[in-house]
Design a protein around this ligand. Structure first.
Ligand code: TXA
Ligand code: MG
Length: 330
């Protein structure tokens, strides 16, 4: 792995882009202070330039290189970063002037986190500069949680994928912005649900969802209603009795537990059944497997994927968010 870290850093220093693992999903990284390199990330992903990137720093001390933390937020930022960094929590903060406008799509804020993945951390540290990295998929598609998935998404467009096996979280980081309140705990605006749950954040402040703007426009620029989309239509079936199969059409089931006697498994003679957490029904396992299972079903050749909901608590909020966005295209 040492050689891979060295090779990745050499490419990043030369203004190239490299796919590498984080604990959430694989990212497509570039030197955050090099706008030409960042432009290559947008090009490889076919990502519209209005959708800003997350900047990853090697240590909490590096935060001041990319963000200007206002005095009234300092204590809260300190508490959050000591509790959750390195880890899957992204903070939206006022941007440092050195961060190129391309990274933040011209916004006055920057999204920043410290990855907990040992390989990502090693690259970040050896490079000695912040790394701008969105998920390593083509725009709007399923995020990759293994190097093989990155190759399917971006093979031929990028010089290197650092392979460190499967990601340990499986869904993208939780994104929040912070609003201070006089004499009270701050308000956290939840821009994207993720592995750091609402319940965990509530110890430090009040969590409120960001309202979806009128006309389906995204609140976080990249949080479009349709995202994480397989090519095969995906329908989230809120209850089994909603299922109306069409004669001659083939269906796959994206099940939670995949148990033979489950109400969804029993509903139909499915072409394929894939379970998120086979047998045991654990949300953490479901999150890790979610994008992998979506890919497997997308490639299975069925006409339609039917997804079973999971309970919307803890990590289930992030899983349901991804399923709804995957279904929004159909
Ligand atoms: O777990 C993750 O966050 C992964 C790994 C690679 O770190 N990254 C990731 O990046 O999911 P991406 O680009 O796929 O999603 C970043 C999201 C987008 O929805 C973008 O709009 C939002 O963060 N974002 C970035 N900067 C923002 C800002 N200043 N204000 C609001 N939203 C922002
Ligand atoms: Mg993404």
């Amino acid at each position: 792995m040492k050689d891979a870290v060295r090779e990745a850093c050499a490419l990043l220093r030369a203004g190239e882009i490299v796919a590498m693992p984080t604990e959430t999903v694989y990212g497509l990284g570039a030197d955050a202070f090099n706008p030409d390199a960042v432009a290559k990330v947008f090009a490889a992903k076919e990502r519209p330039s209005f959708d800003p990137l997350i900047v990853h720093i090697a240590s909490r001390g590096d935060l001041k290189q990319v963000a200007v933390v206002p005095a009234e937020l300092a204590e809260t930022v300190d508490k959050l970063t000591s509790a959750f960094w390195p880890g899957p929590l992204t903070l939206i903060l006022p941007k440092h002037p050195d961060v190129p406008d391309l990274v933040t799509s011209g916004l006055a804020t920057v999204a920043v986190r410290q990855s907990a993945h040992p390989v990502f951390r090693a690259i970040n540290k050896e490079l000695g500069r912040p790394i701008a990295a969105p998920s390593a998929n083509r725009f709007g598609r399923i995020s990759p949680t293994a190097a093989s998935a990155v190759m399917k998404e971006l093979g031929g467009r990028i010089p290197l994928v650092v392979d460190a096996g499967a990601c340990s979280e499986g869904v993208e980081s939780t994104i929040i912005s912070i609003e201070p309140r006089e004499g009270k705990k701050p308000v956290f605006r939840l821009h994207r649900a993720g592995p750091v749950t609402k319940e965990q954040l509530q110890a430090f402040g009040k969590v409120e969802k960001v309202k979806e703007a009128a006309g389906g426009l995204p609140h976080a620029p990249g949080q479009l209603p349709s995202h994480y989309a397989p090519v095969t239509p995906l329908v989230l079936l809120e209850k089994p009795s909603d299922f109306r199969p069409i004669e001659g059409r083939s269906y796959a089931l994206l099940s939670y537990r995949g148990e033979d006697d489950g109400p969804y498994v029993n509903l139909h003679d499915w072409e394929v059944v894939e379970a998120l957490s086979p047998g045991s029904g654990k949300l953490a396992e479901a999150a890790i497997r979610l994008f992998h299972v979506m890919r497997v079903l997308d490639e299975s050749g069925v006409d339609e994927i039917i997804a079973e909901p999971v309970s919307e608590t803890g990590l289930g909020v992030a899983i349901m968010d991804r399923l709804r966005r995957a279904a929004a295209k159909s």
